[in-house]
Design a protein around this ligand. Structure first.
Ligand SMILES: *Cc1c(COP(=O)(O)O)cnc(C)c1O
Length: 425
């Protein structure tokens, strides 16, 4: 039965971020529990990347599974224009309660990319509503905000966006604050000075440029960006699709830094990693700018599954699990990362070891390079030994579910160390 399913997949399925020309047959995953995946051959695989950064508490967590089952049997879906339901209303309240103070309005969508699209549209139309023309956006070098067109435009230009370059919105680029925060701020000052009146919003991934190479930057620079944008009346959009819900240590990277953005994007861990759901949260002032007898000021955006009740129920159950126990588990992961990275750092091939909350990363053999093959070799090597990692080029990172133990992580670091010792450069 196993080979048939993989053959069927080969025949009919097109996978994301996959070059099918030479892709190895994928493992057939049949179930998952806690920090582990199990494949059809009975193999146990430690999910060291939380299945593309979404799984928070662990796979198949019974509390979230139960909330989903109960909601599916009660109200599975209803149009969200002109209607509402308990999971959407309660989730919005619960989110506002944990988000940085001042964020008060939740707009639901489907995933991280759509949460970003909504944020960009909200920001651009906000200025239209206020009778100002501000067509320009600014974003960071090495940013990643998703794969839809607006999100791609905000993302760094590179292999992902090259085929679409000429179709992307104009976005001013600020230098990567993980390399030179003073240069980021100087460029922002210059942009505000020269084109501040045209600028609708600055979008950032707070403290962690994820897909752009797990580049970590500091809270003081984030606060400085907040101060400067506020001063210049430019909106600040924080894309916490990756950093939210404890991933960066505190509940939100912005909250930990004492920053309230004007708009925040959430997804990935929002449902604990069970179902796709996005949320774009705005300050009341932004919501109010759209409120008008003039119909044209409506935010004309929505998706068929906006605020899907089952996804909202999963998110509520996941939020309830982000308690003191979860905070301690995340703390343990961070401490474990730091101690292993300290030992790994003596390895000649390991550069720029870094940790932010539950995320640990380092570069192999030189500066970040997405097309480097070192990471792909490590991924194969690790999978054969029961560990799922997916380096970004030569940037190796671990981003485990919060239930991962020090032993689980120890095994993953052992495999990485063996690779660095055994495999030629
Ligand atoms: C993954 C990611 C996105 C895109 O989310 P999808 O759910 O994959 O569309 C956007 N922003 C950041 C920071 C991300 O890490």
């Amino acid at each position: 039965m196993t080979p048939d399913l993989v053959a069927l997949d080969r025949l009919h399925v097109w996978h994301p971020y996959t070059q099918h020309f030479d892709a190895a047959p994928p493992p057939l995953v049949t179930r998952a529990a806690g920090a582990y995946l199990y494949d059809a051959r009975g193999r146990r695989i430690f999910d060291a990347i939380s299945s593309w950064w979404v799984t928070l508490h662990g796979h198949a967590h019974p509390a979230i599974a139960a909330a989903i089952a109960a909601q599916a049997g009660t109200l599975e879906q209803v149009i969200f224009a002109g209607f509402t339901h308990e999971p959407a209303a309660r989730l919005a309240q619960a989110l506002i309660h944990v988000l940085p103070a001042g964020l008060t309005r939740v707009f639901y969508s489907d995933d991280g990319s759509t949460a970003v699209e909504v944020a960009l549209k909200m920001a651009l139309q906000y200025w239209e509503c206020r009778g100002e023309r501000r067509p320009l956006l600014a974003a960071l070098e090495h940013a990643y905000h998703g794969d839809t067109f607006g999100a791609m435009a905000a993302s760094a230009r590179g292999v992902f966006t090259a085929p679409f370059e000429q179709h992307l919105l104009e976005v001013a680029r600020l230098p990567d604050p993980s390399e030179d925060p003073a240069a980021t701020l100087a460029a922002l000052d210059q942009l505000l000075d020269r084109r501040g009146e045209e600028l609708a919003a600055v979008i950032v991934e707070p403290l962690l440029l994820g897909a752009g190479g797990m580049r970590m930057w500091d809270a003081a620079t984030l606060r400085a960006i907040r101060e400067r944008t506020a001063q210049a009346r430019v909106l600040l959009i924080a894309d916490e699709v990756l950093t939210g819900f404890g991933r960066s240590g505190p509940m939100f990277a912005c909250g930990g830094a004492g920053v309230t953005p004007d708009i925040m994007c959430l997804s990935k861990g929002l449902t604990g990693g069970f179902l796709p759901l996005g949320a774009t949260v705005a300050r009341e002032e932004i919501f109010e700018a759209f409120s008008s007898p003039d119909r044209r000021r409506t935010l004309f955006h929505g998706h068929s599954y906006t605020a899907n009740p089952i996804a909202c129920a999963a998110a509520q159950a996941s939020l309830a699990l982000l308690d003191e126990t979860s905070a301690r588990a995340r703390q343990t992961i961070e401490v474990t990362h730091r101690s292993h990275l300290t030992s790994l750092a003596v390895h000649a091939r390991v550069q720029r070891p870094r940790v932010l909350g539950t995320v640990a990363a380092f570069d192999v053999d030189g500066p970040p390079d997405y097309l480097s093959t070192a990471g792909a070799s490590l991924a194969r090597f690790a999978l054969e030994r029961g560990v799922l990692v997916r380096p970004l080029g030569n940037v190796v990172y671990l981003l485990p579910p919060y239930c991962a133990t020090a032993d689980d992580l120890g095994c993953a670091y052992d495999v990485i160390e063996r690779f660095l010792d055994e495999e030629p450069e």
